[in-house]
Design a protein around this ligand. Sequence first.
Ligand SMILES: [Zn+2]
Length: 212
Amino acid sequence: MGEENYTKLYEISELFMENDIDEDSIEDAVIQLLKAFGEEPSRSGLIRTPGRVAQMYKELLVGYRIDPVAMVNDALFEVTYDEMVLVRDIEFYSLCEHHLLPFMGRAHVAYFPRGKVVGLSKIPRIVDLFSRRLQLQERLTRQVADFINELLDPHGVAVVVEGFHLCTMMRGVQKHEARMTTSTMLGAFRTSIATRQEFLDNISRGASPMKF
Ligand SMILES: [Zn+2]
């Protein structure tokens, strides 16, 4: 990859790498929350909760601080292979930015190489990079597609994400809407109905319904 590609990849990745997550402030904020709930933050069951929550957010939001170039740079290969590459049923966990509650499910990612592929194990890592943040499912879908498009310059990229949203499920509003499907189709997947259909057939073949 050339320097100019790096810049674009970092741009698409929307990183906040300049500082570490502020664990102390998270702890303070959790204490404030507990008080606001009417709880007693010093009771034995809660005394270590602020620290645990800070650690948890550090883990759940690690996607802002993964260097995308370091992540994929050793796994790019030149190939003559030009058939569809598909990784389906990639499990992901994210946090909805509207409620800070989890949404999770699976992602299906496909592309048509144009002389370049990325190691298969990196595709789930790319999904992690964008899911371990405060997110919207629509944006997650789009970012994964844009990232692969920029990284590999393929003939096309397709990303379908199926997610269950706890903010909808737990709050009991219209439960049938708790499951959401979003997709981004670029290049050949957008212009060719046959290509798009091949992808959609592939991801629905033998698929079991998601359950939580
Ligand atoms: Zn939400």
